[in-house]
Design a binder for this molecule. Structure first.
Ligand code: ARG
Length: 716
């Protein structure tokens, strides 16, 4: 009795110690200094040098930014095989799909290398090295300098560093600011652009649960797809050519079949896009009341129209699949973020930090002089809101509302060439458009876009201060009695931009007169004029913001100088470490840390948009046909959660165990902690990962693409 009580106490103590990992998206080059001890105590057996090194190949060489950081991916074979999320390859899978080859529904597997599909525009970027260059960048900067001069000095020093680091190499070099321009790092990278699609499961696996399950746990999604990096025969980056060869990366990840347990060490390396952990209560309120509100309102109107269209045929579903998923993802994110920010009282927590900061800042005259007014200046920047509301609505309802205006704007350069009557430039611009319009119209439905245009112009007019209403709205009032649908109908009848045939004949013989008279082109120009008024007003009201933010963060870090701190995410490589664990989502409930194929079969609904399933998968589940991918409990684990600190951009990131082996792919965050980008929630925030054994089972047993498994290095 007594003994077991002691054991229990020890267990409780250990659990508590383990339960909270440090929050943080750490710079890999600083792991040796800031994190490795804690990581080792949690079960990581690697040295800092094995994670990030500029002298030997290390884990960082196997982790890449996909499409400049919209997602992350990892190298998993010596022949350039790369793993990422299904939703990170979704655009390409959709693009290659047609009613005859519906890779969204059926999946796609290149059974030989020649069948791998090329994807112009897709990129993979390797990090060569990163380096703190703060001292060099700030060498000619003084405290007294005004913000504009400071910015110019910083830019000038940065450009010099970039140029020197680049030298004769084919690398890209970029100096990026961290901690709101208090620190600067140089990033040296190499980018490959012949990236071919190797495989993707049907979306009934890769996107199982669809919008219903998106941003939520428990999850049963096999969210993965595979590409291969190709290069010139000399190993250098090259655009697509049939003579290109598979790239041999400096490093690739071995894959563990051992599975994960509660409290297993787990770390994630990747390219988190944006967090705003240093923003103040005022700015959080702005995010909630304006950014998120506008996004939710505008996208709801648009998504409803698209959803109706997608339900009409297989063709329409394929056409709009990617557009819908993209818009819907951050629509739901914003709803969840507002809920989370309110429920977790993030504004209150921020106000407490601000109070503490003010107290600290007022303790000495030096601090007071330097930091005393930072918070007031931030507040002042948010005193007025009309121009900010207009800015957000212009983005959501005009620029990315109906597609027609953004598409018309692509002819702006041609228009200028026509005005200048420059024959060579005219032909060049026209040729570029000719090349791109086929792809655009493949996934375009003019009738749907017309409905979106009517609805979103109406919304814009209803929500935005008259000062920011584009000129052509007057015509809608006058000629169409304020009937936006009638206006949109006329516009779509008349314009050349809604019809591939009209567009092609225009491009055969481009003329300025046609554009001058085109209703969509006129509207687009009027929108851009308004946009410049809005931008002018926004920059006027927020003129002091950069400086104030920089000082606030500098002060906070000075105040917390004994703590390790990490910079906000900005699409540069980061590492986050923690453990595998479940959580308490709400009163009286506990969510376990893993799901199995049983849960998949329980959720499946034949023919449903989100929960449809392949019969073959259910048959294999019933036959318990899991092969070497079964867990030691005999089931097939599908997904698991860890307490790693990730955000958008981390999608596709490798989840790595204490031995440096791949155990999963990160693909989402959880609904209860959607406020996590603003304030990390240690008890609630989870990283949702697909179990690597589910991925391999799908490739090997379900799809029969075992030649790909043969390329990998499996650890049993
Ligand atoms: N929420 C995921 C992320 O941002 C994206 C999931 C995509 N799936 C979807 N149903 N739209 O990383």
């Amino acid at each position: 009795m007594k003994n077991s009580f002691v054991v229990l106490l020890v267990i409780v103590f250990l659990l508590n110690l383990n339960a909270k990992a440090d929050e943080g998206m750490w710079l890999p080059s600083l792991v040796g200094k800031l994190n490795i001890q804690k990581m080792n105590s949690l079960g990581c057996k690697l040295t800092a040098e094995q994670i990030y090194s500029i002298n030997h190949s290390s884990l960082k060489d196997a982790v890449v930014a996909l499409d400049r950081g919209s997602c992350t991916a990892e190298m998993i074979s010596a022949d350039g095989l790369l793993l990422t999320n299904h939703h990170c390859g979704f655009g390409e899978i959709q693009e290659h799909s047609s009613v005859a080859h519906d890779y969204l529904t059926d999946g796609f597997w290149a059974m030989k290398r020649e069948d791998e599909l090329s994807n112009p525009g897709k990129t993979v970027t390797f990090l060569i090295r990163m380096e703190d260059v703060t001292d060099q960048v700030l060498k000619n900067v003084t405290e007294a300098m005004d913000e504009k001069t400071r910015f110019a000095k910083v830019r000038e020093a940065g450009a010099k560093i970039e140029k020197e680091a680049k030298g004769e190499t084919g690398y890209e070099t970029r100096v990026r600011s961290l901690f709101e321009s208090n620190k600067f790092y140089l990033f040296v990278t190499e980018t490959f652009n012949d990236i071919r699609l190797v495989g993707a499961p049907p979306q009934s696996i890769g996107k199982f649960g669809g919008e219903t399950d998106n941003w939520m746990w428990p999850r049963h999604t096999g969210d993965f797809s595979m590409f291969r990096v190709y290069c010139a025969p000399d190993g250098k980056p090259a655009t697509y050519s049939k003579d290109n060869v598979p790239y041999h990366p400096k490093n690739f990840l071995p894959i563990s079949l051992k599975g994960v347990e509660k409290n297993s060490f787990a770390m994630v390396m990747g390219y988190p896009g944006t967090t705003t952990r240093y923003r103040t209560s005022t700015e959080v309120k702005y995010m909630m009341d304006i950014v998120n509100e506008v996004r939710i309102t505008a996208r709801e109107a648009k998504l409803n129209i698209i959803k109706d269209f997608m339900a009409t045929s297989q063709k329409s579903r394929i056409q709009y699949a990617s557009k819908f998923a993209r818009s819907s993802n951050y629509y739901k994110y914003s709803i969840g973020q507002n809920k989370g920010l309110t429920a977790l009282n993030v504004i209150g927590k921020k106000q407490d930090i601000e109070k503490e900061f003010l107290k600290w800042a007022n303790e000495t005259p030096e601090r007071k002089a330097k930091y005393g007014s930072a918070l007031d200046s931030i507040q002042a920047a948010y005193k007025t809101s009309d121009e900010k509301i207009a800015f957000q609505y212009a983005r959501e309802a005009l620029l990315s509302g109906a597609e027609i205006f953004a598409f018309a704007s692509e002819s702006s350069s041609l228009y200028e060439s026509l005005k200048g009557n420059d024959k060579v430039k005219i032909e060049g611009d026209a040729e570029e458009l000719r090349r791109s319009i086929g792809e655009y119209f493949k996934d375009y439905d003019a009738n749907t876009d017309q409905k979106v245009a009517g609805a979103l112009l109406r919304l814009y007019a209803a929500k935005v201060n008259p000062r920011y209403i584009p000129g052509f709205f007057q015509e809608i009032d006058r000629k169409y009695k304020g009937n936006f649908d009638a206006y949109a109908k006329k516009l779509f009848e008349k314009t050349i931009f809604a019809d591939q045939g009209k567009m092609e004949s225009f491009l055969k013989k481009p003329s300025q007169k046609v554009l001058d008279k085109d209703m969509a082109f006129i509207a687009m120009r009027s929108i851009f004029q308004t946009l410049s008024t809005i931008q002018h007003d926004v920059s006027k009201t927020t003129a002091g913001l950069d400086r104030a933010r920089r000082l606030f963060v500098a002060g906070l870090n000075e105040m917390n100088k004994d703590k390790s701190v990490y910079p906000d995410a900005n699409s540069t490589m980061r590492l986050t470490y923690g453990i595998v664990d479940g959580y308490v989502p709400h009163d009286a409930a506990y969510y376990d840390y893993f799901t199995t194929l049983k849960g998949y079969s329980e959720k499946g609904i034949k023919g449903d948009v989100d929960f449809d399933f392949p019969q073959k998968l259910i048959d294999m589940y019933n036959a318990k046909d899991f092969g070497q991918y079964a867990d030691k409990d005999g089931t097939l684990h599908t997904c698991f959660t860890s307490n790693n600190d990730i955000t958008g951009g981390n999608s596709g990131s490798p989840v790595i165990n204490g031995d440096g082996e791949l155990i999963g792919i990160a693909f989402d965050g959880n609904w209860e902690a959607m406020s996590g980008d603003v304030a990390f929630e240690p008890d609630l925030q989870k990283c949702i990962n697909v179990d690597i054994r589910f991925v391999l089972w799908t490739i090997d047993k379900f799809a029969g693409a075992s030649h790909l498994i043969d390329e990998m290095k499996l650890i049993r």
